[in-house]
Design a protein around this ligand. Structure first.
Ligand SMILES: *[C@@H]1O[C@H](CO)[C@@H](O)[C@H](O)[C@H]1NC(C)=O
Length: 521
């Protein structure tokens, strides 16, 4: 239940601004795939007179390079197997990780320079767009923006028209009184505009994405002419880096503390976690395998021809998805497809998780329903959903509201012993960041590109689903388990706005600003 809507818009933005299709799709995937930049034919130039000849040459060259790269990746792993492949056995520590947090701890207190905000009679009203996690990070950014502009923030309105079709208000999802109270020393938050300002003209402003503090200080000039600025979309994304430390910490205080879920959601979330815990340790699996997701990415591997056709038709009929012609195999080999439920099963088994492992399925409606889930359940029979953990009546009022159901998945995912997202996206990023914040709880990010090569070897009968696969998969994921590291900067070679866009998201890894090693904070 993460935000397919956001994934769409983020990917579309990228596709819209990049010069080639391959690049756009690469950006839609995880930045983690930066080790394998897409080779695009667009970067070659040739004279029109002999263009056909050169075109063939270039295509041959690209093919050779691609073949070489794919071979190299496998052989690099092959050359260096673990010493005792025949007796692969993951330790408890490897499976469930340390709960010690590696000595890091949250540090979100303001610095000594920080002052209480003044009331200058300036107001910002916001409409929050997207799914739950896009709204949460967007609201956290707007709190920081209000602080930078010395303005009072009116409780954001939530998007009701989007894909999510959710009529929930801010108060339905978040603890509104707590939000206002806990931000008192940071930003004034009010439930509505003062009466005398309700009907004054407002400046409507789409802020430029990835802007820093200077931009917003400049924007504060608008308040010379208007008392109220209206922001129609909250996903205007503050810069990830180079913001004052106090602004970064304010973003963390907002996201991790002030934006507490409303009591009914918190209560049911805790109940679900307790029920899972009573069975032992559990993995939360964020399985992205919804129809619109598969249609948008063009990922049809493992589906029937009829299903592939259905997904293609959906893509062709969805006007705001600009990319219509997608090669499913190319996408898959590029690591740009969500793992299928069956692949997730092979993956978790290869990592050494026993068949008896409890897995909580955090997901929207899975395409093909039980057909594909069965491939996972046969490998891990203790696969549960929220519907299986509570009585129908308890859940009823939540399932009618996509964002509230997503909030339950969020709580259970943050609290899990291990979190595994099958694909990238807002929810995966937000949960990973929150888990880092709370003590680097284990998050295993599948190396989709590396994995599909292994899956294909199994499919072709060239490798067995056994100790050799286990040691390869474990080695491949040694450094993809959410241990402490600084947030990544931009992709090498990217320039201008693209540079800002390719930085790792602040909310995916708020280290170093909000996670510290020293005891001083
Ligand atoms: C906001 O208020 C602070 C403290 O009074 C001031 O230093 C800063 O320049 C103000 N910023 C803007 C954008 O008005």
């Amino acid at each position: 239940m993460s935000a397919p809507n956001h994934t769409k818009s983020a990917a579309l933005q990228n596709i819209g601004t990049s010069s080639s299709k391959t690049f756009g799709l690469t950006m839609a995937g995880s930045w983690r795939d930066r080790r394998f930049p897409a080779r695009s034919p667009a970067s070659f130039r040739f004279s029109p007179s002999s263009s056909l000849f050169y075109l063939i040459l270039v295509l041959l060259a690209i093919f050779t390079v691609a073949l070489f790269l794919s071979q190299r990746q496998i052989s690099a792993v092959d050359r260096d197997p673990l010493p005792h492949t025949a007796h692969f056995q993951a330790s408890e520590e490897q499976l469930w990780g340390s709960s010690l947090g590696y000595g890091y701890h949250p540090c979100v207190k303001p610095t000594s320079r920080y002052s209480v905000p003044q009331d200058l009679g300036r107001y910002i009203t916001v409409r929050s767009n997207g799914g739950l996690n896009q709204m949460r990070t967007g609201i956290s950014d707007m709190v920081a923006v209000a602080r930078l502009m010395n303005a009072t923030l009116v409780i954001p309105q939530l998007d009701k028209r989007s894909f999510w079709q959710d009529s929930s208000t801010f108060e339905d999802i978040f603890d509104e009184a707590y939000f206002i109270e806990s931000l008192k020393g940071d930003v004034q938050v009010v439930r509505g505009l003062p009466k005398e300002l309700e009907s004054v003209p407002r400046a409507r402003k789409h802020f430029t994405s990835w802007s820093g503090a200077g931009y917003y200080e400049e924007m504060a000039r608008i308040f010379k002419d208007y008392k109220v600025i209206h922001v129609p979309k909250s996903d205007s994304r503050l810069a990830n880096n180079d913001l004052p430390l106090d602004i970064q910490r304010l973003r963390c205080r907002t996201l991790y503390q002030a934006l507490r879920f409303a009591t009914p959601i918190e209560t049911l979330g805790k109940k679900l976690v307790a029920r899972l815990r009573s069975k032992g340790r559990y993995i939360a699996l964020h399985l992205r395998y919804e129809k619109d997701m598969l249609s948008f990415t063009g990922c049809t591997y493992g589906l029937t021809n009829q299903e592939a056709e259905e997904l293609k038709a959906m893509r062709e009929n969805t006007n705001h998805w600009k990319l219509k012609d997608i090669n499913s195999m190319e996408q898959r080999y590029g690591g740009l497809c969500p793992l299928t439920p069956k692949e997730v099963g092979i993956f978790l088994k290869a990592l050494g998780y026993p068949k008896s492992t409890w897995i909580y399925l955090a997901a929207g409606e899975i395409y093909g329903g039980d057909t594909y889930i069965a491939d996972l359940r046969s490998q891990f029979p203790n696969l549960v959903t929220k519907e299986m953990l509570v009585q129908k009546k308890e859940l009823e009022k939540f399932t009618k509201h996509a964002s509230q159901a997503a909030a339950l998945d969020y709580i259970i995912s943050v609290e899990s012993d291990v979190f595994v997202p099958s694909y990238t996206g807002n929810m995966a990023r937000a949960v990973e960041g929150h888990r880092r914040f709370l003590g680097h709880r284990k998050t295993i990010n599948p190396d989709r590109k590396g994995l599909v090569e292994l899956f294909d070897l199994i499919e072709k009968g060239e490798m067995e689903d056994g100790p050799q696969l286990s040691s390869l998969v474990s080695q491949m994921h040694k450094y993809r388990q959410g241990t402490p590291r600084k947030r990544y900067g931009s992709l090498p070679g990217s320039k201008g706005r693209a540079r800002l866009r390719t930085e790792e998201s602040f909310y995916e890894n708020p280290l170093p600003e909000c996670i510290c090693l020293s005891k001083k904070h």
